[in-house]
Design a protein around this ligand. Structure first.
Ligand code: NAD
Length: 423
């Protein structure tokens, strides 16, 4: 099939690479010319395991461009994969989705063949039908369901293991407005062995939000239990193990620590809460999920101050700047509020991350960054562990005070003084 992808960030580029790997021809469109150039040279603009290899192996099936006309004309289906960030008040910013819908409409105007538009970006229930559809109709002069198709196919991949998640998902959710879209989506995912759900557009949108908010709640819940366990001298990981053996609960997402970050949970929980507030529907579970998470990283500073009450001029190393391992993404990373607080208290901050230093430097150019973890911890008076990168699991922390937000067994074993945030 000839597929186009609009927006080649984490979701767009991974989708493009995987659709090409499955034998489709893919045109990637982005407004960022630098990204387009890189993709055409098989260089991923983001770091994601195996992405470069797939781009190289499928070079003849992946083209990147900034040209909408050619993109819409030469493909049968377009996936919208642009960002849906938060506005200042936490509500969803749909400006990119609207802009892209306008452009698609404009170039659909002169297209004779049926074209299917699928929203893959995370959008609130009602967006595809009540916002994307009328914009495309207005700009194309065409009718949804008659002249063009409309679908909503949320993406559940996790950064760091995105390729594997995309190709081997737990489920695929295909929301469609019309029968032709339902058929074409079925065809695209025909080689997937997981359950494929066919739903309405609104249900597909809600499945994504409900899933993300639930997973975020699960982490906030275990962190709240973890804070209690810390006070009681109980190992929260034993508790998580015991809970997780119950099939109704399941062990995943019960790793207590300093909370969740990234490009999805923070903005999606806030967007659903803001939407519910606007509708005058209470969202206490989601609200508490967010509030617990906002406090959790600062627990690390509270524990640090138990050992070093005055942080001014103290050399503190922060290990891990990405919001999780195997990514260079720093959006809402838990390291951010920790470093902000250390700065406020005038500590001398030393930092290391295997992939995310370049991105973090743009926001905090004035802290000292290191090329490797051992140099970063060398003369530190305390080490804070904020991301569980594999390479941190081999460090010898002898002689160090370590405050661990991510449960590194080797730190517990080798550090001179060790504190876990919830254990
Ligand atoms: P991203 O910010 O990494 O990428 C968005 C891309 O869209 C950028 O390359 C940007 O240049 C491009 N873009 C913006 N405006 C454009 C326009 N008018 N025309 C063409 N391109 C344009 O975003 P992302 O992390 O890939 O997320 C995309 C969507 O997928 C979001 O709604 C997000 O919530 C959702 N999602 C993300 C993940 C994840 O792990 N990152 C997982 C599941 C779902």
């Amino acid at each position: 099939m000839n597929i186009s992808i609009i927006g080649t960030g984490y979701v767009g580029l991974v989708s493009a690479a995987c659709f090409a790997k499955l034998g489709n021809n893919v045109i990637c469109l982005d407004i960022d010319e630098e990204k387009v150039k890189k993709i055409n040279n098989s260089i991923p603009p983001i770091y994601e395991k195996n992405l470069e290899k797939i781009l190289r192996e499928n070079k003849n099936r992946i083209k990147a461009t900034t040209d909408y006309k050619n993109t819409i004309e030469k493909t049968e289906i377009t996936f919208i994969c642009v960002g849906t960030p938060s506005n200042k008040d936490g509500s969803i910013d749909l400006s990119y989705v609207k802009k892209v819908s306008e452009q698609i409409g404009k170039y659909l105007k002169n297209k004779k063949k049926y074209h299917v538009v699928v929203v893959k970006s995370t959008v609130l229930p009602g967006t595809t039908q009540n916002i994307v559809l009328p914009i495309i109709e207005k700009n194309s002069g065409k009718k949804a369901g008659k002249d063009f198709g409309l679908g909503m196919n949320p993406e559940f991949l996790r950064e760091g293991v995105a390729i594997n998640d995309f190709l081997n998902p737990d489920r695929v959710v295909n929301g469609s407005y019309d029968e032709k879209t339902k058929k074409i989506l079925k065809e695209i995912y025909k080689d997937f062995s997981c359950p494929i759900m066919e739903t309405s557009l609104n249900a597909a949108e809600m499945i994504k939000y409900a899933s993300n908010c639930f997973l975020a709640a699960k982490i906030s819940y275990i962190n709240e239990i973890g804070n209690m366990c810390k006070k009681l001298g109980i190992d929260t990981y034993d508790v998580a193990e015991g809970m997780g053996l119950d099939k109704r609960i399941n062990r995943s997402f019960l790793n207590a620590g300093i909370g969740w970050g990234g490009s999805c949970f923070p903005k999606d929980t806030k967007a659903l809460r803001a939407w519910a507030e606007k509708q005058k529907i209470t969202s206490k579970m989601i609200d508490s999920t967010i509030k617990v998470n906002e406090k959790q990283p600062l627990q690390l500073i509270t524990l640090l101050k138990k050992h070093i009450p005055k942080l001014e001029n103290k050399k503190i190393t922060v290990l891990g700047l990405s919001f999780k391992p195997e990514t260079d993404d720093i959006r809402d990373t838990r390291a951010m509020p920790i470093i902000n607080q250390l700065k406020k208290e005038k500590a001398q901050i030393k930092a290391y991350d295997p992939k995310a230093t370049k991105n973090f430097k743009k926001i905090h150019p004035d802290i000292k960054y290191y090329e490797n973890a051992n140099d970063a911890i060398k003369d530190a008076e305390a080490v804070l562990i904020t991301t569980e990168w594999d390479e941190f699991k081999k460090i010898d922390f002898s002689g160090k005070l370590v405050i661990d937000g991510r449960r590194l067994k080797n730190a517990e074993k080798t550090a001179e003084t060790y504190e876990g945030v919830c254990w």
